[in-house]
Design a protein around this ligand. Structure first.
Ligand code: ADP
Ligand code: MG
Length: 722
C-alpha cells in the first residue's frame, strides 16, 4: 500500500521521536509537509573519482575499502577525532571527522563505502577528506542517497542534518501515494512545466541539475499562478459589484484646495484627480496610493473623505497603530477646521482605549464609546479614524462609502464585504484606498497587488532638503552626542531608535550536549542588542541630564503613549527614545535627527521608514546609523541607504539582497517562500500572469478545471489567515 500524504511523521517506520520533534519545530508534521520541505541547493557528487586523481579543494565522491579507523581526543580541548584510511586501486586517502565519535561504529575496516565531501590539504601538504558524508555499501552498484549523485542540501537547522533528511525522504518518495495534478494540462504543456509527481521527485533527488531547476520552476510557478488567478478574479468580481457614486463639485474642490496651507504637488493633484474620477462611478474603487515617506499622501486621502462627506456619506480611516490614528485625527482636525468649513464633517477617533470627536477645530470632546457607536450608526459622524479595531469591533456604519487603509497592504475581501451596505435591493461596497510608502518594484506590484489600480506620488513637496545620512562606528559616538546637543540647543528635536524594549535575560542554558539548543545564532546575537529602557536611563541620567528625554515603546499603555507623543510634538520633550513603534507615518516636522542604534538589525525598507521621520521641514536633517558590526556585507547594505537616490532604488536593492519578504514584511505579504523567490524572476512572473489571464478568459469561474478551483479556494483561505 502507498503512504497517504496525510500520514503523521511519528507513524513512519524508522522515525526517531527526537527527530520528529525537531521537524515539528519547523512546522513539519506530516508526510506532505516533509515532501514539501525542499532542498535549498544540491551538491554534485555524481561522478566517482579515483583517489589518486583527487585535487585540493575539490568536491568529490570516492569509493573504497576502509582500511584502518582510529579514535582519539585532542589534548587541550578534548575534541574527539575520528580518522579513517580509505583505499581504492589508485591510492589511499585519510578522512577526518571532529566530534562524531559514533562514526567509529559504522566505519569498520574491510567495509566498502562511498565518501563524499571536500578535499583539504594538511600543513604537510597531504590531501585528505574533511568531514565527508559516507554511505556503507553492500555491493558496488547500490542506489545511493548521500554520495555518488546530486545530493540535496536542505535549509540548515540545528539538530537536523541534510543527511538525516535524505534518509527519511528517499524511501517515502518512492512509496508515497500519487499526488493529484491540479494545474491544467494545457498550462503545463504551454509553459513546459513538469507534472507534479515528477517535479516532487526531481526537486529532492534530481538526476541532473537541470531537472532540479525545472522542478523548482514548477513549484515557484504554482504560487504565482494562484496569486495571479486570485487577483484577476478579484478584479473581475469587483467590476460586477456596486458602490455609491460620489459626485464632486469641481469648483468647490478647487476652493478647498486653495485654502490649504501649501500648494499641492503635481502628483498629489494627479492622484486626487484619478480618485475623483474613480469614485464618481457606481463601481467600487480599488486603489493603491503609493508615495515616498513624507510625500503627502494623507491630505490626498483626506480630500476624498471630504468629498464623501459632502455627498452625505461616511469614511473609515484605518491606521496601523494608535499613535498614528491619533496623529491622523489631529491632522484632519486642522485640515477640516481651516479648509472645509462648509462641510464640517463631524470626525471621530475610536481606538481600543479611546473615543473622542470634534465638530469644529477647537472643540474636541471625549465621549463614551457606546454614544460614539450610536452616532456612527445614525450617520451623524462622517469620518471615523481608528486602528483595525474599527472594523473588528462593534462599529456599524449607516452609509459607509470610503475606506482608507494606511500603511497596510492587504485588506481582505471578507473584511471589505463586512463593510458593505444594504441599499434597498442593492449591496453597496465602499470605495477603497490603500496608502503605502513601501516602494515596490514593478514586477512585485503587478503580482502582489495585481488587483489594485495604482496612483503614484513621485515628488516630495517643494523645499525639502536632502537628509544627511552617516554610518557611525563605535568611536564616533561621543562626537555624535555633542552634535545632538548642539541641534537641541538650536531648538530641534531628536529620535533615538533601539531594537529592543528591555535588556534580555541570559540565554537559557543548554540542557546537555546531545540536545542542541533551538535558539539560532541570529537570536542569540540579539541578547546584546541595545534596549530602549537601558538607553533611556543612560541618555537621561548620564549623557543629557539637562535635557528632556522621554521613552516610547509598545508595552506602554495607550494613554501613556499618547501623552508622550503629545509632549514630543509640542516640543516639551527634546529627545524621544523609542522602539520601531514610530516606524510608520509619524509626522513631527521639528525633529531633525534620527539616530538609530544597532542599525544593522533592521531591514533597509525599515531604516528608510525611520529616516523618513525627519526631513519634514525647511531645517537640515540628519540620520545617524550606529553599528558595532564590522562585517563587510552589513556595511555595504547600510551604504545602499546612503547612496540610493530614492526608495525605489533601495527597494530593488533590498529585493535582490534579502528577497521580497523583507520588503513587504513577511506577515503583510502573506506569501509562501518559493513564491517569494519566484517573484524575483520576471519571466516567471510574466508567464504566470499570461497563464492566469488565458484561463480566466475562456473560463472565468474555472468550471472546467475543478482541481484548480479547489486549489485556489485553499490558497484564498491561507491568504486570509494572515
Ligand atoms: P506621508 O505621505 O508619508 O504619509 P504625510 O501625509 O504625513 O506624508 O505628509 C508629510 C508632511 O508634509 C505633513 O506635515 C504635511 O502637512 C506636509 N505636506 C503634505 N503635502 C504638502 C505639500 N504639497 N507641500 C508642503 N507640505 C506638504
Ligand atoms: Mg503617512
Amino acid at each position: 500500500m502507498r503512504i497517504p500524504l496525510t500520514t503523521p511523521l511519528f507513524g513512519i517506520h524508522g522515525m526517531g521521536p527526537g527527530f520528529v520533534k525537531r521537524l515539528e519545530t519547523l512546522g513539519i508534521k506530516t508526510v506532505r509537509d516533509l515532501l514539501w520541505h525542499f532542498p535549498a541547493r544540491y551538491e554534485d557528487f555524481s561522478k566517482i573519482y579515483k583517489i589518486g586523481e583527487l585535487e585540493p579543494g575539490q568536491h568529490a565522491t570516492i569509493q573504497g575499502v576502509i582500511e584502518d579507523v582510529s579514535v582519539r581526543k585532542t589534548w587541550k580541548k578534548q575534541i574527539t577525532i575520528v580518522e579513517a584510511m580509505i583505499a581504492d586501486e589508485s591510492g589511499t586517502i585519510r578522512a577526518v571527522w571532529f566530534n562524531q565519535p559514533y562514526l567509529a561504529t559504522s566505519l569498520k575496516p574491510g567495509r566498502l563505502a562511498n565518501f563524499a565531501g571536500k578535499t583539504s590539504v594538511s600543513d604537510e601538504g597531504e590531501i585528505y577528506l574533511n568531514h565527508p558524508a559516507h554511505e556503507i555499501l553492500s555491493q558496488k552498484k547500490q542506489e545511493t542517497r548521500h554520495t555518488a549523485r546530486l545530493v540535496p542540501i536542505y535549509p540548515e537547522t540545528k539538530g537536523l542534518t541534510s543527511k538525516g533528511l535524505r534518509f527519511l525522504v528517499q524511501p517515502i518518495i518512492k512509496n508515497v501515494e500519487l499526488v493529484a495534478e491540479w494545474i491544467p494540462q494545457e498550462v503545463l504543456a504551454k509553459f513546459r512545466l513538469p507534472e507534479i509527481n515528477l517535479a516532487l521527485n526531481d526537486i529532492h533527488f534530481p538526476k541532473a541539475i537541470e531537472d532540479a531547476a525545472v522542478a523548482k520552476k514548477r513549484f515557484g510557478f504554482e504560487d504565482l499562478f494562484l496569486l495571479q488567478l486570485y487577483n484577476l478574479q478579484q478584479k473581475l468580481k469587483l467590476k460586477e459589484q456596486k458602490a455609491p457614486a460620489l459626485a464632486t463639485d469641481i469648483e468647490w474642490l478647487k476652493a478647498v484646495i486653495e485654502k490649504l496651507p501649501y500648494e499641492l504637488t503635481l502628483s498629489q493633484k494627479k492622484s486626487l484627480w484619478e480618485m475623483v474620477k474613480d469614485v464618481e462611478h457606481p463601481r467600487p474603487m480599488n486603489r493603491l496610493l503609493q508615495g515616498d515617506v513624507g510625500s503627502g499622501k494623507t491630505v490626498v486621502a483626506a480630500l476624498v473623505a471630504i468629498i464623501a462627506a459632502k455627498n452625505g456619506l461616511q469614511t473609515a480611516f484605518m491606521a496601523p497603530t494608535e499613535v498614528l490614528a491619533r496623529q491622523h485625527f489631529e491632522t484632519l482636525k486642522k485640515l477640516f477646521g481651516g479648509v472645509a468649513r462648509d462641510v464640517q464633517p463631524i470626525t471621530a477617533l475610536i481606538t481600543s482605549s479611546d473615543a473622542k470627536l470634534f465638530r469644529e477645530t477647537d472643540t474636541v470632546a471625549d465621549v463614551k464609546k457606546e454614544e460614539l457607536n450610536q452616532k456612527i450608526k445614525d450617520g451623524e459622524i462622517r469620518i471615523v479614524i481608528g486602528t483595525h479595531a474599527l472594523i473588528q469591533e462593534s462599529v456599524r456604519f449607516k452609509n459607509l462609502a470610503f475606506v482608507i487603509v494606511d500603511e497596510q497592504h492587504r485588506f481582505g475581501v471578507k473584511q471589505r464585504a463586512a463593510l458593505a451596505q444594504q441599499d434597498g435591493k442593492n449591496i453597496l461596497l465602499p470605495h477603497f484606498l490603500s496608502m503605502s510608502a513601501t516602494p515596490i518594484p514593478r514586477t512585485l506590484m503587478m503580482t502582489v497587488f495585481g488587483d489594485l489600480d495604482i496612483s503614484l506620488i513621485t515628488e516630495l513637496p517643494a523645499g525639502r532638503k536632502n537628509i544627511i545620512t552617516e554610518i557611525v562606528p563605535p568611536k564616533g559616538r561621543s562626537r555624535s552626542y555633542e552634535f545632538i546637543r548642539s541641534e537641541v540647543q538650536k531648538g530641534r528635536q531628536v529620535f533615538v531608535i533601539c531594537p529592543r524594549i528591555e535588556v534580555a535575560g541570559k540565554e537559557p542554558a543548554a540542557k546537555g550536549a546531545d540536545q542542541p539548543s533551538l535558539i539560532s545564532q541570529k537570536q542569540s546575537a540579539l541578547w546584546d542588542v541595545k534596549s530602549v529602557k537601558e538607553e533611556y536611563e543612560k541618555l537621561s541620567k548620564k549623557i543629557f541630564p539637562d535635557l528632556k528625554v522621554a521613552m516610547l515603546h509598545g508595552k506602554l499603555k495607550p494613554k501613556e503613549k499618547e501623552a508622550t507623543m503629545k509632549q514630543f510634538s509640542s516640543g516639551a520633550v527634546n529627545i524621544l527614545v523609542s522602539t520601531s513603534v514610530i516606524e510608520v507615518g509619524v509626522d513631527i516636522p521639528n525633529a531633525t535627527i534620527m539616530m538609530i542604534e544597532g542599525a544593522d538589525r533592521f531591514g533597509l525598507a525599515q531604516l528608510y521608514q525611520f529616516r523618513g521621520r525627519v526631513g519634514r521641514s525647511e531645517h537640515q536633517s540628519y540620520c545617524l546609523l550606529f553599528t558595532d558590526s564590522d562585517s563587510q556585507s552589513t556595511k555595504e547594505r547600510l551604504k545602499a541607504l546612503l547612496e540610493a537616490k530614492n526608495g525605489f532604488e533601495l527597494a530593488e536593492y533590498d529585493l535582490k539582497l534579502r528577497g521580497p519578504g523583507e520588503l513587504l514584511g513577511e506577515g503583510q505579504a502573506g506569501m509562501p517562500d518559493l513564491a517569494m523567490q519566484a517573484l524575483q524572476d520576471p519571466v516567471l512572473v510574466k508567464t504566470s500572469r499570461e497563464a492566469a489571464l488565458a484561463i480566466l478568459e475562456s473560463d472565468p469561474k474555472l468550471k472546467n478545471s475543478p482541481p484548480l478551483k479547489e486549489k485556489l479556494s485553499e490558497f484564498e483561505k491561507a491568504l486570509h489567515l494572515e
